[in-house]
Design a protein around this ligand. Sequence first.
Ligand code: HEM
Length: 134
Amino acid sequence: MPRLANLYFKTAIIFLIIGIGMGLKMAITEDHSVIGAHAHTNLLGWVTSAIFGGYYALNPRKAERRLAMIQYYIYTAGVAIMVPALYLMLLGNMAMEPIVGLASIVTFIGVLLFAFIIFSGEQAATTVSPAPSR
Ligand code: HEM
């Protein structure tokens, strides 16, 4: 598996652990005020990162591109800043609001870069298994 795909999966599982931690905290305390932070940690942090990692695993040549690593750092930084800022904002710390906004834009730039990588012309180097011999 390409290094970048592995890195995305490692990042994704950390977000899932944090996201589930928030979910359990909500369930135990019966205070669901951080529901938005929980949902975004799981969906942007776990699900989307794992999908990005899966794409790079299937397209190892694209994973080798410098732009792919830049995309990883931008996207992951955006989510990693947005999640705690959103969590604190939902607990009433409104000073976090501009940070949530800025981090959301950084995250979106990461998504746009990923779209560019998908659509850019480089031929994907997917591995095709040989047909079974009889
Ligand atoms: C053990 C794991 C988890 C626990 C304990 C948990 C717990 C919770 C709780 C207590 C709520 C609030 C429900 C409400 O107020 O109506 C919630 C909402 C939510 N959770 Fe989780 N969750 C877990 C895993 C996940 C995962 C893996 C995802 C996504 C991949 C996820 C996505 C969401 C979403 C999108 C909502 C908002 C639902 C809505 O607004 O209707 N959760 N979760």
